[in-house]
Design a binder for this molecule. Structure first.
Ligand code: ZN
Length: 218
């Protein structure tokens, strides 16, 4: 899953209007923010296998620390707890922890059975990536609904609130199209370096969101 995770982060703004979109995207993408770092450190591994699923050519054969269910629960707890300690915002902390967990659930739906329940444990996955129409529809639906909810709960305070936000949305859309249609990277090192670009979305979303205000009265 790619753009769908961002859709869930956008939607979550409605649940916790005081939380920055940057924090929401950080939580929803947390597992994929860790993953390239673990790849570069040699702790986790992936290989390029064209055709392994219809949509994605990657064999995620070893990523227990970033993408196993039990580790995800720990990461969710850690992200929620740190947010609570920094912001003293209980609701926001719960939403962020749930967003970390939502990443695993959406990846479980997308991936072939390569998602470990625990490090070394059985691997699961529903394999949405074996169908182009289903993959594209689910991602577009999640992103579209998330965008619609976010736009319904915030409005731009100034030009930055408009342009920074829409340029980020354009970047996400382009990143998604690139992931779908560009040829696979020559090696996994390049893949990891490219995946590090996801970190950019966090300060960008924080910046755009700081120039928007909540439309809710509560
Ligand atoms: Zn992931």
């Amino acid at each position: 899953m790619f753009i769908g995770h961002f859709g869930v982060a956008l939607a979550a703004k409605r649940l916790t209007p005081k939380s920055s979109l940057g924090a929401l995207m950080f939580a929803a993408e947390f597992l994929d923010l860790l993953w390239p770092i673990f790849l570069l450190l040699g702790v986790e591994h992936v290989r390029v296998v064209p055709g392994i699923t219809k949509v994605q050519p990657f064999d995620f054969y070893d990523y227990p620390f970033s993408h196993s269910l039990t580790m995800t629960l720990r990461w969710a707890l850690a992200v929620g707890l740190i947010y609570y300690l920094v912001r003293c915002h209980v609701r926001g902390a719960w939403v962020l922890a749930s967003l970390v967990l939502s990443h695993w659930v959406l990846d479980f739906i997308s991936h072939r059975p390569d998602m470990p329940l625990w490090p070394g444990g059985p691997k699961v996955g529903l394999g949405l990536w074996n169908s182009w129409p289903a993959s594209i529809s689910v991602e577009l639906l999640l992103f579209g609904v998330g965008l619609w909810l976010y736009l319904g709960s915030t409005r731009a305070r100034d030009r930055v609130g408009t342009y920074a936000f829409w340029s980020l949305m354009a970047l996400l859309a382009l990143g998604w199209l690139g992931a779908l249609f560009a040829p696979p990277p020559p090696d996994t090192h390049q893949l990891a370096l490219g995946a590090l670009a996801i970190w950019l979305t966090v300060p960008w979303a924080w910046w755009a969101d700081a120039h928007r205000e909540s439309t809710s009265t509560g």
